[in-house]
Design a binder for this molecule. Structure first.
Ligand SMILES: NC(=O)c1ccc[n+]([C@@H]2O[C@H](COP(=O)([O-])OP(=O)(O)OC[C@H]3O[C@@H](n4cnc5c(N)ncnc54)[C@H](OP(=O)(O)O)[C@@H]3O)[C@@H](O)[C@H]2O)c1
Length: 250
């Protein structure tokens, strides 16, 4: 049966766990060959690759810290070398830590901007050089916080507002090359990162469920399905959009 991403090559950053792993699995299920990027969690990336292969798909695990130019360059080159010219880039790698204005530090600022903003730009720059001449799609994983603007999240929220702005700028800059650029802005999704931050239960989760019209948090698979749509030809006239997948919480 023909699948909607058959013959496509995708690079998913931060795909060793969480939302990125779900995206890699979904793009592969839709027919794409997938480069599963990781920074520290080689075992996680290997597990995602093994699952894709066990389901008859094609995938490779590729190391690379997105916030390092040389590693971003190597990641993009190795993706093209292993799988062929890139059609789809998903900039998912990201970190989150929250602080009130009073307690934030330069380290808190730079660590998040380095991965969430600089990393996204470096991988985009390098990957575009290896894109198919036919063009393709970039999907940036932003966050619902960029418009919800919760208190005590100023640095993280600023990184994701930057991702929204970058999405709009690059959609115009890359349109002539037939590369569409969109963002997906998730609400709370229970992932390894959210559990490690202790946000999957208690006050934070209770508050989100109480203010979300649909009354629940989201699933990584729901984000992956949205990414698969934006990456596909079904979204061929959509670029520069920020699509909120937040159960109606804005
Ligand atoms: N979960 C949510 O509620 C939520 C909501 C809105 C937006 N988001 C966004 O969704 C994305 C994924 O979040 P998540 O909850 O799935 O996070 P997660 O469970 O913590 O996973 C993060 C992934 O990013 C990778 N990563 C981190 N730093 C990296 C770097 N410098 N270079 C390459 N990869 C790196 C990690 O790989 P290693 O372990 O190998 O380093 C891991 O695969 C982030 O951009 C986040 O801001 C999440």
């Amino acid at each position: 049966m023909s699948k909607k991403l058959n013959g496509k090559v995708a690079l998913v950053t931060g795909a060793s766990k969480g939302i990125g792993a779900a995206i890699a699995l979904r793009l592969a299920a839709d027919g794409a060959a997938v480069a599963v990027n990781y920074s520290a969690s080689k075992d996680g990336a290997d597990r995602v690759v093994a699952e894709i292969i066990s389901q008859g798909g094609k995938a490779v695990a590729l190391h690379g810290n997105v916030s390092d130019l040389a590693q971003a360059e190597k990641l993009a080159a190795e993706t093209a070398q292993a799988l062929g010219p890139i059609d789809i880039l998903v900039n998912n790698a990201g970190i989150y830590a929250f602080s009130a204005l009073d307690t934030l530090t330069p380290e808190h600022f730079h660590s998040q901007f380095n991965v969430n903003v600089l990393g996204l730009l470096l991988v985009s720059q390098q990957a575009v050089r290896h894109f198919s001449t036919k063009g393709g799609a970039i999907v940036n994983i932003s966050s619902g916080v960029s418009t919800i603007t919760p208190p005590n999240t100023v640095v993280y929220t600023a990184t994701k507002a930057s991702v929204d702005a970058i999405t709009m700028v690059l959609s115009k800059e890359l349109a002539a090359r037939q590369i569409r650029v969109n963002a997906v802005n998730p609400g709370m999704i229970v992932t390894e990162g959210v559990i490690a931050a202790g946000m999957h239960e208690g006050d934070m989760r209770g508050w989100i469920e109480s203010v979300t019209p649909m009354g629940r948090v989201g699933k990584a698979e729901e984000i992956a399905a949205t990414v698969a749509f934006l990456a596909s030809d079904d979204a061929s006239y959509i670029t520069g959009e920020t699509l909120h997948v937040t159960g109606g919480f804005r």
